[in-house]
Structures are given as structure tokens and as C-alpha cells.
Design a protein around this ligand. Structure first.
Ligand code: SAM
Length: 289
């Protein structure tokens, strides 16, 4: 079994993932395909067997959907780039790193506009929690102020990289590994003023339907900012806004008030979970509905 996990992770685009995630996915897979497990055990997990190849292919496909598809081919360059960061080349080098992940690559030219629009709604919040963050914490210097930053991801290797970035650039930041599908309980212990959930819900839903709804309820923050891509992964299709009705319907059903804004390729929902005063609540409510 150990070698099966290693083999699955041997692909370049999956190597940053943790063994634990592969083991969990294998467990779920074998629950659904009990016969397959029995045959594999019988054949001593023979690498050349048809079953071994099928499991490897199927689990890799799932892991690509969760993680691998977002990683650019030269993703490993980020370490070298980080080691070269100096005061005089900081902005340019960070931009080069942001280009190595699909989500930050698509967002790069809009960061200033996004954060301006966002903080106009929420005000500048002291602590940001960035869930399923990818490389987004590297956009810190576009925020326009210096909040505390908590970065969270499923991959511990990616979090080590982000911690190193915080250290090198003297950001008051920390990291916490959370699998948002299986470890939502961990969220209770992480308090923040504003939580980013950028382009994360589609891949979480692909793994477990309706998981986003419990996630939004569990997050311990006054504000949650949810974003969706307006274009398909290949970049060819525009995603209709109506495809996101499930989330706005859910927010309305829970009486969470929200505002929306857009940039050309991304759609944002700014959700207010807690109101400090009744007056505040009324103003926000009137503005939205
Ligand atoms: C489309 S990317 C978005 C990255 C980042 N939020 C952004 O918009 O720049 C989705 C991210 O979700 C992460 N992810 C996928 N499944 C996850 C899970 N169960 N728990 C935490 N993160 C997850 C992936 O590693 C990937 O970085």
C-alpha cells in the first residue's frame, strides 16, 4: 500500500500533496470498490497488474481535479524565485511567482482593483484568514495595508513555502493546514476578522456535495469573501452567473447579507456573518434587498 501511495504521488503536478490525503482517497475508493481491494491484496499489490494501474489512474485523476490542474508546469521555480527576493526586485519577483498558479495568474492584473473594491465594503480588517489559499497570500503587498495573515491549504509543502515567504518579507503571518472537506472542526480554533474563500468552492463541492454550506457556517469570522471564476479551466467557456444561484439561495436562506462585485474574469460575494450593532445590520440589509 505504501508503494501505491508513493507511485500515485510520483507525478510532478501531485508531488506536493500529503500522503495522508492519498490514503484517505484510497480508503474511500476501496469502500466503493471492495472487489478491487481484494484482488490487489491477492496479487500482492503487483505494479504490473491491471488493477494496480486502474487504481493509480483513478486516484491521480481525483487529485488532479483537487490540486494538480491549478499548478503551472514550472511550479517548482517558486522556491528559486523566493530565494532571490530582495527589496529592489520584490514586486517583480512576487509577480513571477503568482504566475505559477492558475488562480493567481488569472487574478494578477486585477489585484489592486479587487482589494480596493473589497475593503471599500468591509473596511480594513485586522486579521485575514485565507482558506484553500494556493499562492494568494503572495498578493499581500497589493492589500494596501498590513494586516495579520493566516494562510491555510491542504498541502503542507505549499504552506512551508508560504511560511518562508512571510519570513523573508517580514509579514506577520502564520499557516495552518486544513483539509476543508474532512477537517472543518479545526476551523473553530481559528478566529479572524475576514475570511477569503477564493475560487475554492467548486473543487470542494466536486469532492463532497454541499460541503460549502457547512464550511460557511463553521468559519469563525465577521466577513467571508467567496469568489468564483467566470471562465472554465481551459479558458474557453464563460460560466453563466445563474450557475452560482445555489450559493446565493443558500446565503438568503440563512439570512446572511451579501454584496457582489466583479472583475472581468472573477465574481465576488462579500458576506457579512456578524453585525456589531442593529443599526449596522439595517443599513446593510437595506442596501442589498
Ligand atoms: C482554484 S485553487 C484557488 C487558490 C486560491 N484560493 C486562489 O484563488 O488564488 C483551489 C485551491 O484549493 C485547494 N484545495 C483543494 N481541496 C482542498 C481542501 N479539501 N482543503 C483545503 N484546500 C483545498 C487546492 O490546493 C488549491 O490551491
Amino acid at each position: 500500500m505504501e508503494s501505491l501511495v508513493q507511485d500515485i504521488l510520483s507525478k510532478k503536478e501531485l508531488k506536493n500533496l500529503d500522503k495522508k490525503l492519498v490514503e484517505e482517497e484510497l480508503e474511500k475508493y476501496f469502500e466503493r470498490n471492495r472487489k478491487m481491494r481484494a484482488v490487489l491484496v491477492n496479487k500482492g499489490f503487483n505494479k504490473r497488474s491491471k488493477e494496480y494501474k486502474t487504481v493509480t489512474k483513478d486516484i491521480r485523476k481525483t487529485l488532479r481535479e483537487i490540486y494538480g490542474v491549478f499548478i503551472q508546469k514550472n511550479y517548482s521555480r517558486r522556491e528559486k524565485l523566493l530565494s532571490k527576493i530582495k527589496k529592489e526586485n520584490k514586486e517583480e519577483t512576487i509577480k513571477q511567482i503568482l504566475l505559477l498558479h492558475q488562480s493567481t495568474k488569472e487574478r494578477l492584473q486585477y489585484y489592486k482593483e479587487i482589494y480596493k473594491k473589497l475593503f471599500k465594503i468591509t473596511g480594513k480588517q485586522k486579521t485575514i484568514l485565507d482558506l484553500a489559499c494556493g499562492l494568494n497570500p503572495l498578493s499581500y503587498f497589493w492589500l494596501g495595508y498590513k494586516p495579520k495573515y493566516i494562510a491555510s491549504e491542504i498541502s503542507s509543502k505549499d504552506l512551508e513555502f508560504i511560511q518562508e515567504f512571510f519570513k523573508k518579507t517580514a509579514i506577520s503571518g502564520k499557516t495552518i493546514q486544513i483539509d476543508l472537506v474532512t477537517e472543518q472542526k479545526k476551523l473553530k480554533s481559528v478566529k479572524a476578522d475576514i475570511c477569503f474563500l477564493f475560487k475554492a468552492l467548486d473543487s470542494l463541492e466536486a469532492r463532497k456535495k454541499n460541503i460549502s454550506k457547512t464550511l460557511i457556517e463553521e468559519v469563525n469570522a465577521k466577513w467571508i469573501v467567496i469568489s468564483f471564476s467566470k471562465i472554465s479551466l481551459g479558458g474557453k467557456k464563460n460560466i453563466q452567473k445563474s450557475k452560482r444561484n445555489w450559493i446565493t439561495n443558500f446565503l438568503k436562506s440563512k439570512n446572511y447579507y451579501y454584496r457582489e462585485f466583479e472583475v472581468p474574469n472573477e465574481h465576488f460575494l462579500v458576506v457579512k456573518k456578524k453585525f456589531s450593532t442593529r443599526k449596522n445590520h439595517k443599513v446593510f440589509k437595506r442596501d442589498n434587498f
